[in-house]
Design a protein around this ligand. Structure first.
Ligand SMILES: Cc1cc2nc3c(=O)[nH]c(=O)nc-3n(C[C@H](O)[C@H](O)[C@H](O)COP(=O)(O)OP(=O)(O)OC[C@H]3O[C@@H](n4cnc5c(N)ncnc54)[C@H](O)[C@@H]3O)c2cc1C
Length: 421
């Protein structure tokens, strides 16, 4: 247990199994991730392809990927709440969040693959992702803009038994990992198979490298990011890239609806990562308040300009936790328990609240902690800036821009016809 006790909470109650699971993830993270996260971030800052392959493999052995996926596909046969707990703990140990983001992508998107993919395709991909041998993320964004999913231009033409892809994807996580991990991997990719608009899109299990062999027609590039360096971001051009038709996910031209379900799942664990990193930040603040003395030995927390701000941010963190775990429990009702009283659309507002609130709370908190630390925070010796720049990726827009979350909330509460004008 850290400086801040995990809140005792009869409303947001965890089962004994979930508590034990949290403990076991925490122990793993204390041993293997907490001592390494700064090194991982620093190394990959200099060389984006310095991917922590050994650590990813260890995380796979610990069972931190594909947690909600069925054991018949080599998943962990757990719940979405358990995945959420794991991601929160990984981000607490790695507040620069590269490892947490690796893990959240490789929980959310393989689970979406299982919902829409054919059995043989799931059996081929999920076991390799679970072991940490392969990466499976999301490839939606294109250079012309990520928020406008319905405007995607990449085309997939059906020719006999294959789809032939031409186009370009940008700002995609995992472009380096699919090249460096032993098996390879790919993405839940969205491309245009029909006419204009959201009804012309299809989803694919888009594998670019398998069994260590790269497929032709995939031309990648790697970006230099400002944070969360241990996970690569890149882009790729597709030139007559061929994929067997079995890799289509769900129904042709229904990809927009399928990917929106995937986004809902992934955004829960995105928000979980930011509440984990925020807990680390809150603890750094408390430790600092207890030692930093000014004006004749007064703790800086004795100035209400400091401690009231802390109280406000602590409240936002607790609220974020509610949003995150409520959404995770709903995901379990819909996808694990298959409770007929719930359906995928019930996730829209709860998830948008969690994704909107968690990352903004974390980044606002990081900025305040930097100020509370004073000049020391502006040196690389104090790693707070890493917990600012990493989570900031989720305020800037990864897994959906913040305004898009606000749009979803407004649309579903006020009514689509009023909000779209
Ligand atoms: C580190 C990182 C990793 C990423 N990884 C992936 C990945 O793995 N896969 C993937 O597909 N994408 C990924 N992305 C891209 C991400 O999904 C996009 O950044 C996001 O969808 C926003 O798209 P955009 O950046 O093109 O911004 P734009 O869509 O151009 O938006 C720019 C600004 O306009 C605002 N805006 C846009 N539309 C509206 C609207 N209708 N109403 C109000 N405001 C609006 C947005 O809020 C934003 O502030 C990643 C991004 C980052 C930073």
């Amino acid at each position: 247990m850290g400086v801040i006790e995990y809140p005792k909470d009869p409303v947001l109650e965890f089962s004994e199994e979930e508590k034990l699971f949290r403990e076991s993830v925490r122990e793993f993270c204390e041993k293997y991730i907490a001592p390494k996260w700064v090194e991982v971030d620093e190394k990959a800052e200099k060389d984006p392809m310095a991917i922590p392959v050994d650590l990813i493999k260890k995380m796979g052995e610990q069972g931190l990927f594909c947690i909600p996926c069925s054991d018949k596909y080599g998943g962990q046969g757990g719940t979405y709440t358990m995945a959420t707990i794991a991601i929160e703990e990984i981000a607490y140990a790695d507040p620069a969040v590269a490892l947490a983001v690796y893990a959240l992508l490789n929980n959310g998107w393989p689970f979406a693959l299982e919902i829409f993919g054919k059995e043989e395709v799931c059996q081929e991909i999920i076991p390799e992702v679970a072991k940490g041998n392969a990466f499976f993320g999301i490839a939606s964004t294109e250079p012309q803009g990520g928020s406008d999913v319905a405007g995607i231009k990449t085309r997939a033409e059906k020719k006999g038994d294959v789809y032939v892809f031409n186009g370009e994807k940008a700002y995609i996580s995992g472009v380096g990992e699919v090249q460096k991990l032993p098996w390879g991997g790919g993405w839940f990719l969205i491309a245009r198979t029909g006419g204009e608009g959201h009804r012309g899109l299809s989803a694919f299990a888009f594998i670019v490298r398998k069994n260590g062999k790269l497929k032709e027609g995939w031309i990648p590039t790697i970006y230099e990011d400002i944070g969360r360096h241990g996970l690569t971001t890149g882009g790729f051009i597709l030139e007559n890239f061929e994929l067997e038709k079995d890799y289509l996910l769900g129904e042709e031209n229904k990809g927009f609806y399928h990917v929106m379900e995937g986004f809902n799942l992934a955004r829960i664990v995105v928000a979980a990562a930011t509440i984990g990193a925020a807990r680390w930040l809150l603890e750094k603040a408390v430790e600092w308040f207890r030692q930093r003395k000014l004006f004749g030995g007064r703790s800086i927390a004795s100035f209400q300009g400091v401690s009231f701000k802390f109280a406000d941010l602590y409240a936002r963190w607790e609220a974020s936790r509610y949003f995150v775990y409520r959404a995770a429990r709903l995901a379990d009702k819909i996808y694990i328990e298959k409770d007929p009283n719930f359906n995928p659309k019930d996730l829209n507002v709860p998830v948008a609240l969690a994704k909107n609130y968690g990352p903004e709370t974390c980044v606002d908190l990081a900025e305040e902690v930097m100020k509370w630390y004073g000049a020391y925070a502006y040196t690389k010796e104090a790693p707070i800036f890493r917990a600012w720049l990493g989570p900031f990726s989720y305020v800037i827009g990864a897994e959906g821009a913040q305004n898009i979350m606000r749009y979803i909330i407004a649309r579903d509460i006020i009514g689509r016809e009023f909000v779209q004008g």
